[in-house]
Design a protein around this ligand. Structure first.
Ligand code: GLP
Length: 253
């Protein structure tokens, strides 16, 4: 486990502070870094803290570039549940980022496959991702790379599993409104990032976190591929590390 660094936090807010600290160090060391960003409820405290650091400590995003992991297909950017909307609401509108330096997959693109290729080219043009922030789905998905994803794939169109649609139903008024497809960076794209920052909070994630780092590397648990990455930083709260610590007390040492 020498390629892993683990930070244990008391709760999601503290996990957010630690996550934000790691991101702000990256920005200070490399003001024009390329950050891979994530959505979902887990990164919200991370973004809140980054906004605070921008306001109170003048953390400067003016040269920072960002690429988001994923976006639903069929939701326009101004839809309240689109990841475009999420990023504006939770981060971009509160900091001094140049929106021209940000990219989020376009789920409304007419040629989705060509759009995925262009997305990959943009990441290459920006010399690759310095730090990729990740949450994790209950079934071990990262981005929208669902179980049985091919580990080498790059940005692509994917079908969402029923379990992910159900998990994300809480953001929509009914299950029928939850999109069935998404564009996601592939696991190959994620694994090419220089550093991965996985934030995981809440007791619901305890079992999948254990399977991610202590189970076999298995496409049925997509996040388990992170065991192959050379530089992974895990920030997890007490509730999320519960199962791991029962079996592997050394995890957070
Ligand atoms: C979505 C996103 C993932 C995210 C996951 C977990 O499906 N595509 O990037 O990690 O949800 O979300 P949450 O943090 O809300 O549990």
């Amino acid at each position: 486990m020498s390629n892993f660094e683990v930070w244990r936090a008391a709760d999601p807010v503290s996990a957010g502070k630690i996550g934000a600290e790691i991101i702000s160090k990256t920005i200070i060391n490399k003001p024009d870094c390329l950050l891979g960003l994530a959505t979902g409820s887990t990164p919200v405290p991370v973004y809140k803290e980054l906004v605070l650091q921008h306001k109170k400590e003048a953390l400067d995003f003016s040269k920072v570039r960002t690429v988001n992991l994923d976006e639903y297909v069929g939701l326009p950017a101004d839809h309240p549940q689109s990841y475009h909307h999420f990023m504006m609401d939770n981060l971009f509108r509160h900091i001094n980022i140049n929106l021209q330096n940000t990219r989020i997959p376009d789920g409304m693109a007419t040629d989705l496959s060509a759009h995925c290729d262009q997305y990959e080219q943009q990441i290459k043009k920006w010399n690759g991702i310095d730090l990729q922030l990740l949450g994790i789905g209950l079934n071990g998905h990262i981005g929208f790379n669902e179980p049985a994803s091919v580990f080498t794939r790059r940005t692509h169109l994917t079908n969402l599993t029923e379990s992910t649609r159900k998990a994300n139903q809480r953001f929509f008024t009914s299950i029928d409104e939850v999109p069935r497809q998404a564009i996601t960076m592939g696991i190959g794209t994620i694994m090419a990032a220089s550093q991965i920052l996985l934030v995981c909070t809440g007791v619901k994630k305890a079992d999948i976190l254990e399977r991610t780092f202590f189970g076999p590397i298995d496409p049925m648990v997509p996040a388990s591929v992170l065991q192959f990455h050379q530089h992974v930083t895990v920030v997890a709260d007490d509730a999320a590390v519960k199962t791991i610590l029962q079996k592997h007390p050394e995890f957070t040492d």
